[in-house]
Design a protein around this ligand. Structure first.
Ligand SMILES: [Zn+2]
Length: 433
């Protein structure tokens, strides 16, 4: 039995297991809201994945452990029951008597199921056309009474959904590799490609049915799945329409994609194509005309808003904007934010900057322009204290130096790289008052 426990822990990823049972949505940092009902504080995602040893830990309610521990706690079962449940739900093919290790041959399984697709009306009932069903090589498992959805033409990954129950399973990571984005082949950087991003494969197929391309993120980690799919591709040819589910999770995923697209300067629009329904497939089931109308509207919206990168705005939009006034440190010269002063060697950059700092920390004029009084910190990385002292005395001409002007000779990192060394923000909070 001990071997079986180890095998289950090795073959299943803790993230897949938590997602499967609790439908929790993980963010980019592999954190999610704690799904345990006795966890009180639900404001921030407190449950983290510890990738190295494939375990989880909630910093709120202090629950932690392996895939087996999670199922025991979440389902309220004992260790053997938990393993049997995982074996069943993830098709691990474990034999409790012989302990045989049977790897799932995903491709063979999906191909077999593809032959039996006519034995279910599951997809027809959900509004998919026979041509769509054939194109996406959907299948049916007669024994399990479940439909199979391959992720791509290579048939090396798939999702299996039970027809009569609201549950599904995905192949164990150790057998099939990490879950890719659904319909990755839609991303082709040769044309001026426009791609819808939805949450589930069936929604992607619903959109593709009407002359459009769509990918599905299939649960958490969508941004990193997409990032992987975009590797080596020319993203300036691509455009994305974010049409995630109409719920809190969908909104969270949307935010994550917006941050990513902005950072990568990839064109996008956010467009709800589901109307009042939860997702595009729900709308398709109600009215295919409405879905088509929304798809066309979304495409038009993309091309009217995004002729270039996502941050492109018309002159009219800009003139109509209510903007905050510029905050000047030195009037008409240095606004708050980042300014870079460049100049030839020995031209006087250090003198200039120390003079600037003296003026701002005193609230005095600089180059005849009014300044706004603030504390200053000069990182004189090439100087030392004696050089600073000589120069300050020359500039101050006998006046007292301001107490809110600081000089340091080393730099502090933005991130916590060393527990004994403060980050820049920690250093500021501690020292610059
Ligand atoms: Zn918790």
């Amino acid at each position: 039995m001990e071997n079986i426990f180890t095998e289950v822990k090795n073959r299943l990823s803790i993230k897949d297991v938590i997602e499967h049972y609790s439908l929790a949505a993980f963010n980019r940092d592999n954190k999610c809201h704690c799904p345990f009902p006795d966890h009180q504080d639900v404001k921030s995602p407190s449950l983290s994945i510890l990738k190295d040893n494939n375990t989880f830990r909630c910093f709120g309610c202090d629950k932690s452990g392996s895939v087996i521990d999670f199922v025991m706690m979440y389902k309220g079962v004992d260790k053997v029951q938990a393993v049997q449940m995982l074996n069943e739900d993830f098709n691990l093919g474990l034999n409790f008597k012989e302990q045989s290790k049977k790897k799932i041959d995903i491709k063979k399984y999906l191909l077999t199921c593809e032959k039996d697709i006519d034995q279910t009306d599951y997809f027809i009932k959900r509004g998919l056309l026979p041509t769509t069903i054939k194109k996406h090589r959907l299948g049916y498992d007669k024994v399990k009474k479940a439909v199979t959805i391959p992720y791509n033409g290579k048939m090396n990954y798939g999702q299996i959904r039970y027809v009569n129950e609201k549950r599904f399973w995905k192949p164990p990571t150790n057998d099939a590799g990490a879950e890719p984005i659904y319909n990755e082949n839609a991303i082709n950087d040769k044309d001026n490609e426009l791609i819808f991003i939805v949450e589930s494969p069936i929604c992607a197929m619903s959109v593709e049915q009407y002359n459009s391309k769509a990918i599905a993120i299939c649960g958490g980690g969508g941004v990193s799945k997409l990032d992987k799919a975009l590797k080596g591709k020319k993203t300036s040819n691509l455009g994305f329409i974010l049409s995630l589910d109409n719920d809190d999770t969908g909104a969270r995923y949307t935010d994550e994609f917006v941050t990513y697209f902005k950072a990568k300067r990839i064109r996008y629009v956010i467009c709800n194509i589901s109307g009042k329904e939860k997702d595009p497939n729900d709308l398709l089931k109600k009215s295919s005309e409405s879905l088509v109308k929304n798809i066309v509207k979304a495409r038009n919206e993309f091309f009217s808003k995004c002729t270039s990168y996502g941050d492109l705005k018309s002159a009219q939009e800009i003139t109509n904007m209510t903007l905050k006034p510029v905050n000047w440190l030195v009037n008409d010269l240095f606004p708050t934010g980042l300014s870079i002063i460049c100049g030839a060697s020995k031209i006087g950059k250090s003198w200039f900057v120390q003079n600037l700092c003296l003026s701002i920390s005193n609230g005095d004029k600089f180059l005849d322009k009014p300044t706004s009084k603030h504390a200053c910190w000069y990182m004189a990385l090439e100087d030392d204290e004696s050089l600073s002292q000589t120069r300050l005395k020359m500039m101050l001409k006998g006046k007292t130096a301001p107490a809110n002007f600081f000089i340091s000779y080393e730099i502090y990192p933005m991130d916590k790289v060393d527990k004994n060394r403060p980050t820049l923000m920690e250093y500021i909070a501690e020292n610059i008052k």
